[in-house]
Structure formats: structure tokens, C-alpha cells
Write a protein that binds this ligand. Structure first.
Ligand SMILES: C=CC1=C(C)c2cc3[nH]c(cc4nc(cc5[nH]c(cc1n2)c(C)c5CCC(=O)O)C(CCC(=O)O)=C4C)c(C)c3C=C
Ligand SMILES: [Fe+2]
Ligand SMILES: [Fe+2]
Length: 345
């Protein structure tokens, strides 16, 4: 009997919300040359000299606010959805969950798949939209680790799933519970990315952030662009929920440092909406398949407080896919589609 290995990989989270663990996490994460993509000396100075010592304690306080009795939401939901996928797929498959940074590590997960003598490994990075800093980094790490194995099994990688219909439906169903028509405005807030990284992904060097409405549709030039894929995800969810174009804004959150990141910034869009008299805003965060610091703290807590200070009433977060059965349907479909593709070759 052939045994198929499935490796699900999410970003990673600290082992605990204590400063030392948060610092270790930030260090591993931000020293990744795909994340802070500047020269090694500059990156080391910035990360080890500034961000880890100063941001560490501040981030630890934020993590303490979102930590649950079971642990960090990102890990708790990722583990739950991996278990649900294992149950769905049955005993011909072995599903392992890993985190790109910290634990459970990719090394440990790959060791388990190797011990199970799997015939193939399918890697699914849990980021709907491709970015070098996330999916690219996961794929590089897996390739590095597997490259020294004596026998390298068949390996496939899912590049992105920004338009997966079941995933779109899952976000739409979560949003529908809030009756989007009853809100003054809807935001699709994606994790930000430095403009520099978006431009580096554009091999023509003349399209991304330069052509008029460069993210308005997916085409040959921008098909791997994080921003274009984010815009496409937002359009698809909006279409499912019949949200007219003028009632929503696509924006980007969680920027770090002084370099320009993809605009508009969520914080500025929210401030602007408050100025215009909006009272209730509904926020989807479809760059995240599990709730995490960036959703339950940054959006539901920080931005809600800021909006209220500016005269607004509520910033309502649409919960992420977490352990929803429809999300597990989407994962199952990705596994089966990839296997069918391989069988046809
Ligand atoms: C969804 C995709 C993500 C992209 C793209 C991404 C890029 C990116 N992130 C940072 C810096 C930080 N991100 C942090 C948290 C964080 N980021 C993602 C996802 C993406 N990041 C998630 C899911 C999380 C939450 C993790 C959790 O434990 O809940 C943080 C740490 C938190 C903090 O201190 O505020 C930092 C720092 C950069 C620099 C970057 C692109 C280059
Ligand atoms: Fe991030
Ligand atoms: Fe782009």
C-alpha cells in the first residue's frame, strides 16, 4: 500500500508568551533573508540590535492578551485543522503539521514522514497568497532539509490557493453571519509586504505598482504577485456576498519598520472612515487561515480601540477559517487535486 505524506506548514508562533520565547521566535523569523531582505550585516544589526531587544517585550504583552489555555491561537487552530484533515483522508495518508519558525519544526515533521516511509510528500503552506517571505521561505526550507536525504521521495508544493472556491466560500459563510449589508463599510485587510518585495517578484520590473490598476486582474505578469493575488481573493469573497465595489476597500496591515509597504495601510483607511462618519466596519482578514495575533489583537482589539477614539462604534473582525469543516474540505480538495495532476503526468 502506498503511503502519502502531507505536510501542512504555517508561519509559527512563540512557544509561550514570555519575553524570552517571543524574542527567540522574532529572532528566527526576522533573520530569515526572505523576510528582512536586506544585506546580512544590516539585517543582523536591525534584528538582533533593535527589533528583538525592544519589540520582544512589547510583543510578549500582546501575545499574553491572546494566549488561550491551549496555547497560541495560530498553533491551536492549525493543529485542529490538521487532525481533521487526517480523519478525512484516512490511513493511506499521514498528515503532519509544522511551523516555519519555532515548533513543531519542519525538521521534526519531515523526520516523522521519513520514519513512516511515505512514497510522496505534498507540501501545503497555509498562506492563500504566495509571497517569497512566507510560502517561498517554507519551500526553500523543505528543499534544504530534504536535499540531504539518501532517498528523496516524490515531492510536490502548492504555490498558492488564493482563488480556491471552497476557501472563498468558507470566508464568505463566516462573513455572512454578520450581515455585511448592515455595516457602513467592509475591509479586506491583508498582511502587508514591503513594496520592495512586491517589485522584486515582478520580472518585467515595469508592471507591479507602476501600471495603472496593476492588481485589477490576474495576468501572466502578476500571477505570482502577493498583492494581485490578495486583490483577487477579496474580489471573489465580495462577489460571493454581493458586496458592491464602492462598499469595500482592500488594505494592508501589520507593517514593520520605516520602508514603504503595500498601501493603503489598514490603520489609515480606518481613520479615514471614522473621519467620514462611519460607525460600523466589518473586517475580513483573508491572508490568514487561522486567527492569530494579527487578527484577534491588531484588528479586533487595537484598531477597534483606535476607531472608537475617532468617533466610530465598532470594528468587527470576521473570524478566520480556523477549524471550520469547509476549510478542511478546501484542504482535502487541494490534496486530491494535486494527486490527480500527478497521476495524469
Ligand atoms: C499571511 C502572510 C504573512 C506575510 C506575507 C507576512 C510577512 C511579514 N511579516 C513580518 C513581520 C511580522 N509578522 C508577525 C506576525 C505574523 N505574520 C503572519 C503572517 C505573514 N507575515 C502571521 C500569521 C503572524 C502572527 C503569528 C502569531 O503568532 O500569531 C510578527 C510578530 C508579531 C509582532 O511582533 O507584531 C512580525 C514581527 C514581516 C517583516 C513580513 C514581510 C516581509
Ligand atoms: Fe507577518
Ligand atoms: Fe503586483
Amino acid at each position: 500500500m502506498f503511503m502519502k505524506g502531507i505536510l501542512l506548514v504555517n508561519l509559527g508562533t512563540p512557544d509561550s508568551p514570555q519575553t524570552a520565547d517571543v524574542r527567540r521566535y522574532l529572532d528566527e523569523f526576522l533573520m530569515d533573508e526572505r523576510v528582512i531582505d536586506i544585506n546580512a550585516v544590516g539585517r543582523t544589526f536591525l534584528v538582533k540590535g533593535i527589533i528583538v531587544p525592544f519589540r520582544g517585550p512589547q510583543s510578549a504583552k500582546s501575545y499574553q492578551k491572546i494566549w488561550t489555555p491551549e496555547g497560541s491561537p495560530l498553533l491551536v487552530y492549525s493543529v485542529k485543522s490538521a487532525k481533521m484533515l487526517q480523519e478525512r483522508l484516512g490511513s493511506d495518508y499521514q498528515v503532519e503539521l509544522a511551523m516555519r519558525y519555532q515548533n513543531p519544526s519542519i525538521q521534526t515533521a519531515l523526520d516523522k514522514l521519513k520514519a513512516a516511509k511515505v512514497d510522496s510528500i505534498q507540501v501545503i503552506s497555509l498562506f492563500p497568497q504566495y509571497a517569497s517571505a512566507t510560502t517561498g521561505s517554507v519551500h526553500q526550507k523543505v528543499m534544504e532539509l530534504v536535499s540531504i536525504w539518501q532517498t528523496i521521495p516524490e515531492i510536490s508544493f502548492v504555490n498558492s490557493f488564493y482563488d480556491n472556491d471552497l476557501m472563498i466560500e468558507a470566508f464568505a459563510q463566516n462573513g455572512a453571519k454578520y450581515n455585511p449589508a448592515s455595516y457602513d463599510h467592509i475591509l479586506f485587510s491583508f498582511h502587508g509586504l514591503p513594496e520592495r518585495q512586491l517589485k522584486k517578484a515582478d520580472e518585467t520590473h515595469s508592471y507591479c505598482l507602476q501600471a495603472n490598476d496593476c492588481c485589477g486582474s490576474i495576468n501572466e505578469t502578476n500571477k505570482f504577485c502577493y498583492s494581485a493575488q490578495s486583490h483577487a481573493t477579496a474580489r471573489l469573497i465580495a462577489a460571493k456576498l454581493n458586496i458592491p465595489k464602492e462598499n469595500y476597500t482592500i488594505c494592508f496591515q501589520s507593517r514593520l519598520g520605516r520602508d514603504p509597504w503595500r498601501k493603503p495601510y489598514t490603520s489609515e483607511v480606518i481613520a479615514d472612515l471614522a473621519k467620514k462618519g462611519a460607525k460600523k466596519i466589518l473586517v475580513f482578514c483573508p491572508a490568514f487561515v487561522a486567527d492569530c495575533l494579527e487578527t484577534v489583537y491588531e484588528i479586533a482589539e487595537e484598531y477597534d480601540i483606535e476607531f472608537k477614539h475617532l468617533g466610530g462604534e465598532k470594528v468587527q473582525l470576521v473570524e478566520s477559517l480556523n477549524d471550520s469543516p469547509l476549510w478542511v474540505d478546501a484542504l482535502e480538495q487541494m490534496v486530491k487535486t494535486q494527486l490527480n495532476k500527478a497521476a495524469q503526468l
